[in-house]
Design a protein around this ligand. Structure first.
Ligand code: GLU
Length: 495
């Protein structure tokens, strides 16, 4: 029987969930779903000083929000738990003891000063820094004596100086590393905790991980891991290293390039559907020009062979474009659910509003503005004129559209005439309005623009006649008269 596909995302809870991590998680998740396998969340928190509960919570939260759900993990459990490395110390110790008993690993008593001197000497000779092997061949008696005396020590794995280690990477093909580049590296630290390398390999084996899919920056660690699996007498998983994500100037992506954490995107109004679609495009090409690829389609299409070898370039414009697409696709219910709390917060509606007519009206306003918005923030800005009186007017607009000496009179005429329009619906308003344009002998823009500015404070927006119909006769007339008063008084507040 073919081996069950089991993949893991193994974040260290030392900060926010960034797009790089989220992308790795998503690729793992897609691979598991496509192959009918399991996706495991493991928390690499052996570094107690740098790990935090806040970061742990943020990572789980971010993944859930993205819809990247795990089959086994710290909160849901599973057959190979616990899933937090800090709770697995006895497992690592057992494997360490075995390696030491088999003389595949040994205690090293070299002090930091010894090692610094070795490094300097290597540097002087132009050699790469390697552990010189001082404690490699200590006699069993000496080891026992020094351990007994409580001398501080780490444990190192015995590496091979000769030959090479080939990593079979499912994305990059075979990548070989000279064994001379790999020294007797530390697997157990002086503070009595395992190193990342050791804990990671033990867990990947213990948790029956079939494929390790992780960031390219770990490729140079992989020959060490191959060596460790061998020493542990365990079958290594298959490896796949996903390409780096670079900033548009090809530098390392960092804070100065804008938001990079999942929670920041969420706060910016990016939808999870848009973000996962974007994550997919960071290194995966569906094989044609298609860029809109939802989760279900991505599962169908996902193959490690189609992941790029070259770096992916981060492009916030693409993310915003995808967001606009998914935003407009949302059903009115989804949008209502999303923005209702914010409408309440702004005092536009009562939390427990139950008047059917009003609810219908809010829904219509939202649906109407939604088609012209790219995210929730734009939607909220766009609905403002429907819920708030106009207190300021667009400055440029005022200069352009309120400057004619006849402006106030024209606004009043429109207000007067609107009072007689029935039924008060967009097509009828439009028909009548066109008549008034002719009657006044002006160009359409000479009436449409000032009226829009007067009733919304803005120069752009949805079709004017729809806006008029939605705002309702009384409100529109009130705003037109108020604007006319302000123009006449020469006191038009601008922003
Ligand atoms: N904890 C490691 C990291 O966050 C995991 C690397 C791996 O997938 O092996 O980079």
């Amino acid at each position: 029987m073919a081996q069950e596909v089991r993949v893991r995302f193994a974040p260290s809870p030392t900060g926010a969930l960034h797009i790089g991590g989220a992308r790795t998680a998503y690729f793992n998740w897609l691979f598991a779903r496509k192959q009918g396998g399991k996706f495991i969340l493991r928390i690499d928190d052996t570094d107690r000083a740098r790990s935090s509960e806040a970061s742990y919570a943020q990572i789980l939260d971010g993944l859930r929000w993205l819809g990247i759900v795990w089959d086994e993990g710290p909160d849901v459990g599973g057959p190979y738990g616990p899933y937090r490395q800090s709770e697995r110390m006895d497992i690592y110790r057992r494997h360490l003891d075995k390696l030491v008993a088999e003389d595949k690993a040994y205690p090293c008593f070299c002090t930091p000063e010894d090692l610094a001197k070795d490094r300097e000497a290597a540097q002087r000779e132009g050699k790469p820094p390697r552990y010189v092997g001082r404690c490699r061949a200590l006699s069993a008696e000496e080891r026992a004596r020094r351990l007994e005396a409580g001398e501080p020590h780490v444990y190192r794995i015995r590496s091979r100086a000769e030959g090479e280690t080939v990593v079979h990477d499912l994305i990059r093909g075979d990548v070989s590393f000279a064994n001379s580049e790999i020294d007797d590296f530390i697997i157990w630290k002086a503070d009595d905790t395992p190193t990342y390398h050791f804990a990671s390999c033990v867990d990947d084996a213990e948790m029956r991980i079939s494929h390790v899919i992780r960031a390219e920056e770990h490729l140079s660690n992989t020959p060490r891991h191959v060596l460790l699996f061998e020493a542990l007498g365990l079958e290594p998983p298959a490896f796949a290293h996903v390409p780096m994500i670079l900033a548009p100037d090809r530098s390392k992506l960092s804070k100065r390039h804008g938001a990079t954490s999942v929670s920041e995107y969420r706060d910016m109004g990016i939808l999870p559907e848009a973000l996962v679609n974007y994550l997919l495009l960071l290194g995966f090409s569906p094989g044609d020009d298609r860029e809109i690829v939802d989760r279900e389609t991505a599962i169908q299409l996902f193959e490690l062979e189609k992941v790029a070898k070259h770096a992916a370039i981060y492009d916030v414009k693409k993310l915003e474009w995808l967001n606009a697409h998914y935003f407009r696709q949302q059903s009115p219910e989804q949008v209502m659910d999303e923005v209702w709390p914010r409408l309440v917060e702004r005092g536009y509606v009562a939390r427990d509003e139950s008047r059917r007519e009003l609810l219908m009206w809010v829904r219509t306003v939202i649906a109407f503005v939604q088609t012209r918005s790219r995210n929730a923030q734009e939607l909220l800005d766009g609905v403002r004129p429907y819920f708030e009186p106009v207190t300021v007017y667009d400055e440029k607009g005022v200069r352009k559209h309120f400057s004619h000496s006849d402006t106030a009179r024209r606004l009043r005429i429109v207000a007067e005439r609107l009072a007689g329009v029935a039924p008060f619906v967009a097509p009828v308003v439009e028909r009548e309005f066109r008549g008034w344009i002719e009657e006044l002998g002006v160009k359409p823009g000479d009436l449409i623009h000032p009226v829009r500015l007067a009733i919304t404070g803005l120069t752009v927006g949805p079709g004017l006649f729809d806006v008029i119909a939605l705002l309702g006769r009384d409100e529109v007339c009130r705003r037109l008269r108020q604007a006319a008063d302000r123009v006449e008084a020469g006191q038009v507040p601008v922003a």
